[in-house]
Design a protein around this ligand. Structure first.
Ligand SMILES: Nc1nc2c(c(=O)[nH]1)N[C@H]1C(S)=C(S)[C@@H](COP(=O)(O)OP(=O)(O)OC[C@H]3O[C@@H](n4cnc5c(=O)[nH]c(N)nc54)[C@H](O)[C@@H]3O)O[C@H]1N2
Ligand SMILES: Nc1nc2c(c(=O)[nH]1)N[C@H]1C(S)=C(S)[C@@H](COP(=O)(O)OP(=O)(O)OC[C@H]3O[C@@H](n4cnc5c(=O)[nH]c(N)nc54)[C@H](O)[C@@H]3O)O[C@H]1N2
Ligand code: SF4
Ligand SMILES: [Mo]
Length: 762
């Protein structure tokens, strides 16, 4: 079979990347350790290149990178061999970070909309205008007429300043961020099941695991370096099994032993069926269940027997029928899960971006609680995080409308009091009622919400059911802090503020495995760009809150204040001041003191907060629940919001490809990445294509109840029959015109993964 032009380009880009990965290996770890990287934050090689210790700015894996700088300009990128996450390995995107820094589309100076046109302005003009407008709106319409919309790609320090300004000083809880579109269902799952957000285990479990269950995660393309660790684990131990539940065959399938190719939106039935089979096959850990588990129907406590009764319906035959797979495959998956000693389940957006996202998260945790395959080496119910700092800045830092820093919530009076004290404001300044969640916030924009500050995200491309929300962005007073211009969102802005990009600023990112890592500043910001943290602090001063922001003269000053909020909490970071973070490749919380090594498994021996006395011999004690027990939930198999019909017979699902990052403002600047994936397309199963008389490269119109879009067809045996897949990256082809904005009632996360669609040959 000959390669198409696109496949060829893609293959050569990958080959190019593969050759570059080796570069890391010439790097001398010893020198790095000895060269006093803690003080200087770089080491210099014989060519005069200074290599600065940092973290990749793209996905949630959190790879360590070294950014090389020569003559004040980005010189190159290497994987950081010293970093145990990636041991020097990088994927294509990480490798080209230096090209993003010096891209020609960088926004270099502030701009203000005048007579409909964005025109160059000074920093004073721009920030005075924002301060005046925001103050006016607050005084005329109340503080809830203002909102902040941030990002899991912003640094923890940046989110902290924004939170402090909006929740603690302006006095609105309308503080949200794109993790609502991404991780909210995982957060809801962790909190309801375990009483606390974020995984029990760490990446260390990968090298000890006997079976990986991957649900709704295209790990090979979305978390490539982590995937490489799975591949290595399986290569070295051929008995290791990989089971995948996904409507598509993806590159992740290369290591699959079993693939349940489900109809999008129905796989809760499968996970319940696996739970039933685990019990029927005698694969449960009864002692663990007795010691550490409660049962609930979501409203009230139930008994283990009630739960077994609830599961009666979920025979493999029933689940198979719901999901379009064979009952035998479900039995095989359950048998493997039960028989192998150590299992890790990993999942991502195929689970979270669903109206039943929290339920499905709960059901996944159930499997690990039933079998006791949690809290020990090689076992975990391990949610993969999408963005590099969704865990750190937004989940831990409290950057959503119901949260406060340090895993606190606005609804709790004691929590408000503690944070008000830290922020030096009166406790009633922080509202007890959560603000609007993302979709509701954009719905209110231009109406109840008159002004919004957008930081490090591009909602005019990434929001679901986009056509509904663009007008609000146009009508409101919209301030966008950005590193690139134009983007879909900057084009709607009234003021755009040039933000220093990765490498031009210092800060901390917290990745999937609870690890906080420090990034050094290696470069001066381009043009007049300034660090987001300083821009926000400056705005706060101009709005009259000088006293509580003037000490924010460095990223370290902000981090030092922030970690005070974590003292004594399950996510204790008090042992991770800058002085220590600069020396090490991150620390995994809880890390309660500077001599503490960090924690590999929570809620068990080795966790500094594990209460030996209360645990009284139990292996795990979930101290974030009142009685130390996690909860197994009886959750029914709720289907998607929009079911396929005669008029819209195809299930549309959306997601990512290896070479591009979200809205392409960054990866779109790198010719090598653009060449590898040059144009928008839709993946169509050969059977569906045949029915419609479609071939690859034909133009096809996708129609949903919300809109239509014409792209190129790519006929390929990837999505199952009846399902199409659209990578949503290209701004010239806004996929989100098609998607639905129904949200999970628990997490308020939209269902990007399932919509009903019709295809028409053009
Ligand atoms: N290259 C690249 N990597 C990235 C990103 C990027 O933009 N580009 N973004 C990062 C971010 S923020 C995120 S959140 C992650 C996302 O990482 P992933 O979630 O792994 O990526 P997606 O492609 O969004 O979706 C994953 C899979 O969900 C499947 N899916 C769809 N519907 C269902 C369903 O009903 N059930 C099941 N079981 N599966 C379903 C899709 O077929 C798809 O293969 O990637 C991160 N990494
Ligand atoms: N159809 C569909 N839609 C989706 C999804 C899907 O699977 N399908 N996934 C959803 C998910 S999981 C996510 S996480 C969101 C992501 O959606 P977005 O967050 O909107 O996408 P990004 O392109 O990552 O936007 C980041 C922006 O920050 C800018 N930027 C980069 N560095 C800096 C900086 O240092 N400072 C500032 N101020 N700006 C900076 C970038 O140029 C870019 O414009 O999309 C969601 N939308
Ligand atoms: S795997 Fe993720 S963190 Fe690692 S280099 Fe690639 S994009 Fe960056
Ligand atoms: Mo995400």
């Amino acid at each position: 079979m000959s390669l198409s032009r696109r496949d060829f380009l893609r293959a050569s880009a990958l080959a190019a990347a593969a050759t570059t990965l080796g570069i890391g290996s010439v790097f001398n770890n010893k020198v790095l350790a000895k060269a006093g990287i803690d003080k200087e934050q770089f080491i210099q090689d014989s060519r005069g290149v200074k290599w600065h210790k940092s973290v990749c700015r793209l996905c949630g894996v959190g790879c360590g990178v070294m950014l090389g700088v020569k003559d004040g300009k980005p010189f190159g990128i290497r994987g950081d061999k010293e970093n145990t996450i990636n041991e020097g390995l990088l994927c294509v995107k990480g490798f080209y970070l230096n090209k993003m820094i010096s891209a020609k589309n960088r926004l270099l100076y502030p701009m203000i909309r005048k007579n409909g046109k964005l025109t160059r302005a000074t920093w004073d003009e721009a920030l005075d205008l924002v301060a005046t407008k925001f103050s006016e709106i607050r005084d005329t319409h109340g503080s809830d007429a203002l909102a902040f919309y941030g990002s899991g790609q912003a640094e923890t320090e940046e989110t902290y300043v924004a939170n402090k300004l909006f929740k603690g000083h302006i006095g609105t809880n309308n503080v949200e961020g794109n993790p609502r579109l991404c991780m909210a269902s995982a957060v809801g799952g962790y909190i309801s099941t375990f009483g606390a957000d974020e995984p029990v285990g760490t990446y260390d479990d990968i090298e000890k695991c006997d079976m990986f269950l991957l649900i709704g995660s295209n790990t090979a393309e979305a978390h490539p370096v982590l995937y490489d660790r799975l591949v290595k684990r399986k290569k070295r131990n051929p008995n290791v099994k990989v089971v995948i539940i996904d409507p598509r065959k993806t590159p992740t399938n290369k290591i699959a032993d079993l693939h349940l190719q489900v109809i999008p939106g129905y796989d809760l039935a499968i996970v319940n069926a696996i739970a039933k089979l685990l019990i029927d096959n005698g694969h449960t850990d009864e002692q663990f269940i007795k010691d550490s588990v409660n049962f609930s129907d979501g409203k009230n406590p139930i008994t283990y027997d009630d739960y077994k009764k609830f599961l009666k319906k979920y025979t493999p035959e029933y689940a198979a029928e719901q999901c379009g797979v064979s009952p035998e495959d479900i039995k095989k998956a359950a048998k493997l899960f039960g028989e192998v000693p150590r299992v890790m389940t990993m999942w991502c957006m195929g689970v979270n971006q669903r109206v039943a996202g929290v339920f499905l998260n709960n059901l996944i945790h159930n499997l690990h609680l039933l079998t006791g395959k949690i809290g020990k080496d090689g076992c975990d119910s391990f949610s993969l995080t999408g963005q590099p700092n969704a865990c750190g800045g937004v989940r831990e830092g409290g950057g959503l409308s119901h949260l406060l820093p340090g895993h606190r919530v606005v609804a709790n009076a004691q929590h408000r009091k503690e944070i008000a004290e830290l922020w030096n404001v009166s406790p009633d300044k922080i509202q007890p009622k959560p603000g609007k969640h993302t979709v509701a916030m954009f719905d209110a924009l231009g109406k109840d919400i008159k002004g919004m500050y957008v930081l490090c995200t591009n909602p005019a491309q990434s929001l679901p059911n986009l056509s509904k929300y663009l007008k609000g962005m146009e009508d409101a007073f919209l301030v966008v802090a950005e590193s690139f211009h134009p983007t879909e969102t900057t084009q709607l802005a009234d003021v755009i503020l040039p933000a220093a990009f990765w490498g031009e600023k210092e800060g901390v990112y917290g990745c999937t495995e609870r690890r906080s890592q420090h990034m050094a500043q290696a470069l001066q910001p381009m043009g007049e760009a300034r660090w987001d943290g300083f821009i926000l602090a400056d705005l706060a001063k101009r709005m009259g809150y000088k006293e509580n922001f003037e000490h924010f003269t460095s990223a370290e000053a902000i981090w030092s204040e922030y970690i005070k909020s974590t003292k004594g909490k399950d996510m204790d970071l008090t042992g991770a001041p800058y002085s220590r973070l600069k020396e090490v490749r991150g620390l995994r919380w809880p890390v309660p003191s500077v001599d503490h090594p960090g924690t590999t498994h929570r809620f068990t021996k080795g966790d500094p907060y594990f209460p030996e006395d209360k645990a009284a011999g139990r292996r795990m004690y979930f101290y974030t629940k009142p009685d130390g027990r996690a909860v197994i939930y009886a959750r029914p198999d709720k289907g998607p919001e929009e079911k396929t019909s005669k008029e819209y017979p195809i299930a549309l699902t959306t997601g990512r490809i290896l070479e591009q990052w979200h809205t392409m403002t960054m990866t779109g600047q790198v010719p090598e990445l653009v060449r590898a994936a040059p144009e928008p397309y839709v993946e169509i199963n050969p059977d569906d294509a045949k029915d419609l008389g479609l071939s690859t490269r034909d133009k096809v119109r996708m129609v949903t109840k919300r809109g239509s879009l014409i792209v190129e067809a790519k006929v390929i045996d990837r999505p199952r029959k009846g399902t199409i897949f659209v990578p949503w990256h290209w701004p010239e082809s806004l996929t989100n015109i098609l998607t639905i904005d129904a949200v999970d009632p628990g997490s308020k996360e939209p269902e990007y993964k399932v919509a009903a669609c019709r295809l028409e040959k053009v």
